[in-house]
Design a binder for this molecule. Structure first.
Ligand code: KG4
Ligand code: ZN
Length: 351
């Protein structure tokens, strides 16, 4: 079964054709980063307008790319459409869902709405069909930091989520404050190895009710206090984002900040492992590209006997192949959504 996936929940317009939920025949992502970079974050109205301008081209390109493979010749080979219907920016989601409905109606094929978080969880399967369940699945991105216990795909128990900022949001905000550019996660990832991870002491947040929830606003405020106390001047936009051009006080702060964010992510996984049957640890979402997170998660949990999986980097950040993979699970089971499918900016994965 070949499924067309569409993703427009935030600032990437994406379309992909996926076969049998696993084989990527095409994956096209039009990033809006250059448009939002001037504002240091995503501007919802601009995002919606860009999706409207881009979606038709992105979908056609995904069909064209798929047609370069032997067993795909065009629209008549698409069996169903999967589209992100939440969570995300309401106007942005509406573009994808409206487009998907029109396509599904005109082609006479089924439509399924996909939860963006389930898409990230399923991104692992595209590269690692061997990953075993039950799994602990951490989705860590610019909009989400959530930990799930997944007994099998489609069956999710929520263990923890962030009480304030998402991990990627915390990285993006500090980078913006320091004048480093947007999005901050990949920039900090590149600069942090040149600083000392113990130079600035950050402590793990204590959640008084003993839950596994995440919190990143405390360390973000501590980092901003550190910047003011040590009179660290923001860099100007002409400074190259290279270690040689970055003051050591900034490199040390970035290294310590990233280290403490990774500390917290690993701490919650370690605590969630206690008393649960777990066959694999799966980490997805944009922040899962981070080199320190990948290295330390593998070092720590593989030595304890767990298989640790990440998607490849271009399946970690937002893409439509993961949406097609998640939608395929339902379409293959004969399930679909009615024309009344709507968007929900706060759609929960577990109700
Ligand atoms: O999954 P994603 O593309 O969109 C959301 O669903 O939010 O994630 C984007 C986030 C941004 O906050 C970005 O800074 C972060 O992922 N990110 C990274 C890296 N690459 C992207 N964070 C740390 N290290 C990276 N290499
Ligand atoms: Zn995402």
């Amino acid at each position: 079964m070949k499924v067309l996936g569409l993703e427009t929940s935030c600032d990437e317009t994406a379309a992909a054709v996926v076969q049998d939920g696993r084989g990527i025949l095409s994956s096209v992502v039009a990033s809006q980063v250059a448009i939002h970079a001037d504002y240091g974050g995503v501007v919802p109205e601009l995002a919606s307008r860009e999706h409207v301008s881009n979606i038709d081209f992105v979908v056609r390109k995904s069909l064209w790319e798929a047609a370069q493979s032997e067993n795909f010749s065009g629209w008549k080979d698409i069996h169903g459409i999967a589209v992100t219907c939440g969570p995300g920016l309401v106007g942005a989601l509406l573009v994808g869902v409206s487009y998907a409905k029109a396509l599904s109606y005109s082609l006479g094929i089924p439509l399924v709405g996909v939860n963006h978080l389930e898409g990230h969880i399923c991104s692992i399967l595209l590269d690692h069909p061997e990953a075993e369940f039950p799994a602990l699945s951490l989705v860590v991105s610019g909009g989400h930091t959530s930990l799930f216990y997944v007994t099998q795909l489609g069956s999710y128990q929520s263990l923890a989520r962030t009480r304030d900022d998402a991990a990627g949001e915390a990285l993006d905000k500090l980078a913006k404050f320091l004048g480093l550019g947007y999005p901050g996660g990949p920039i900090i990832d590149r600069l942090a190895p040149s600083g000392s991870p113990t130079a600035v002491p950050f402590s793990l947040p204590k959640i008084s009710d003993g839950s596994l929830d995440f919190s990143f606003s405390g360390i973000k405020s501590a980092a901003l206090r550190h910047v003011r106390l040590h009179e660290i001047a923001p860099l100007d936009s002409f400074t190259p984002q290279e270690p040689e051009a970055t003051p050591s006080s900034v490199l040390d702060l970035l290294a310590s900040y990233q280290h403490s964010i990774v500390d917290q992510l690993l701490d919650r996984i370690a605590r969630a492992l206690k008393g649960r049957a777990v066959r694999s640890i799966q980490i997805s979402g944009g922040v899962s590209c981070n080199h320190e997170l990948r290295q330390r998660a593998r070092d720590r949990f593989e030595s304890e006997g767990f298989a640790v999986y990440f998607p490849r980097p271009n399946l970690s950040t937002d893409n439509a192949a993961m949406i097609a993979a998640a939608g395929s699970l339902r379409l293959e089971a004969g399930d679909s959504d009615p024309w009344a499918l709507s968007v929900d900016p706060n759609l929960p994965l577990v109700s």
